[in-house]
Every structure is written in structure tokens, then in C-alpha cells.
Design a protein around this ligand. Structure first.
Ligand code: AMP
Length: 208
């Protein structure tokens, strides 16, 4: 049996067609069913649909053999403990800094609100900018509006969320897409099954 951990929401929705090409279609819909483990049309594959930030943890500890997670989450988790063999090219967006549209360019010591604490620390250090990072778990856009931070680091897709809150994207930190990650021990112990799944995904991606 192979267990694949998939990030809830946008990534799950965009992963469904890719999984379907490999014959993997969940038997239940996680939106309407409260099951945490989803059986699929393949007897040898089950899915666990979990919070994005938990996917690398499940895979690292072998609770899932494979995972589908955003590069943003993998960067923040630290990816050394996992194999990351495939860029699935889904749920594409950008990790960016953003600030109030009327705020001056970043200079001096700044306060940054984000859920990507380590990634933001690394980014501002690489730019030689002194940044105090404030960890938030959601609604980052609010922080500059209420004076909690000078800017935020967050994912931007259409830019509509920023715009609706009077913010604008500033600097691109990294282009983001979802990646397939694999538990290191599973890669050895279940090599045949995992290699065949990887080959199926690769073939589908090449045809896109
Ligand atoms: P948008 O308004 O289209 O720029 O989307 C921005 C909002 O959607 C922010 O709250 C982001 O955190 C979230 N978001 C955008 N793209 C993704 C993605 N690929 N995965 C997860 N969240 C995303």
C-alpha cells in the first residue's frame, strides 16, 4: 500500500487530474465526507488530505510514503529530510514581499509579518536588510493596514487579495509550484511501486 499525503484546498483540486491519469481517483469527496483517509480506485494507493504545513512532516516520518506540497511549505520546513523528485507544475504562484501601495521603498530596519518565518529571514539576510519577523498564521494582509508590520511575505497569484486591501506586490522572492516529495526509506523499501508512480506522473507532465 502506498499512502500519499496531499495539501488540502487548491493543491488537492489541481492534483486530482494528475492523480487520475495514474488511475488514482478518490472514492469519497473530502468536501462532503469526514474521512481522513481516502481510499482510491487503486487498491494499492490511499490518500490523506491534510493541512499544507503538515505534508512534509507526514512524509518525513514515513506516515505517508509520498506527498504533494507547495515549494513554499517545503522551503519553510527544510527539505533535506525528503526527496523532491518532481515539479508537478500545479498551484503555481509567487512568494513575494508586499506593502501598502503608498508606503515608501523598504529601507533601514523593517518589520515583516509572515507565516514563512525562516524563508523571510533568509531572504532579507541575503539582501542585507535588517528585518524583525513577526509570525502570523493567516490574514497577513491586515498587518500593514493596522501598523503591525511595514510589509508582508506571502503567496501572490492574481494579486487581487493584495489589491482589495490597498497593498501592492513588491519583490519576487521565488516562483512557487507544487512538488512531489518522497520519504527516503520508502524510496528504498517500496522502490518498484514508487518508481512506477513517478514514471506515470512524469509521462503525464511531459504531455501537458
Ligand atoms: P490572489 O488574490 O489570487 O493573489 O491569491 C492570494 C491568496 O491566495 C493569498 O492569501 C495566498 O496565500 C493564497 N494563495 C495564492 N496562491 C496559492 C497557492 N498556490 N497555494 C496556496 N495558497 C495560495
Amino acid at each position: 500500500m502506498l499512502t500519499i499525503a496531499v495539501s488540502k484546498g487548491r493543491i488537492y483540486e489541481e492534483a486530482l487530474p494528475l492523480l487520475a491519469e495514474a488511475g488514482i481517483t478518490p472514492v469519497d469527496d473530502p468536501k462532503t465526507c469526514r474521512k481522513l483517509i481516502l481510499q482510491t480506485t487503486r487498491d494499492d494507493v490511499q490518500l490523506v488530505i491534510i493541512r499544507a504545513t503538515d505534508v512534509p512532516t507526514f512524509v518525513e516520518y514515513g506516515a505517508a510514503d509520498l506527498g504533494i506540497a507547495g515549494k513554499d511549505v517545503l522551503l519553510e520546513h527544510g527539505a533535506e529530510s525528503l526527496y523532491e523528485p518532481l515539479d508537478l507544475n500545479i498551484a503555481c504562484c509567487r512568494l513575494m514581499t508586499a506593502a501598502h501601495k503608498d508606503a515608501p521603498e523598504i529601507s533601514g530596519r523593517i518589520r515583516v509579518a509572515t507565516k514563512y518565518v525562516k524563508t523571510a529571514q533568509r531572504y532579507f539576510a541575503s539582501k542585507g536588510i535588517q528585518a524583525e519577523i513577526i509570525k502570523l498564521y493567516g490574514s497577513m494582509e491586515l498587518a500593514p493596514l493596522v501598523g503591525l508590520a511595514d510589509c508582508i511575505v506571502d503567496l501572490v497569484d492574481t494579486g487581487n487579495t493584495l489589491k482589495a486591501n490597498g497593498l501592492e506586490p513588491r519583490d519576487l522572492i521565488m516562483n512557487i509550484s507544487s512538488r512531489l516529495v518522497v520519504n527516503k526509506a520508502a524510496m528504498k523499501m517500496k522502490h518498484e511501486a514508487i518508481a512506477s508512480l513517478l514514471a506515470q506522473f512524469e509521462q503525464t507532465l511531459a504531455q501537458r
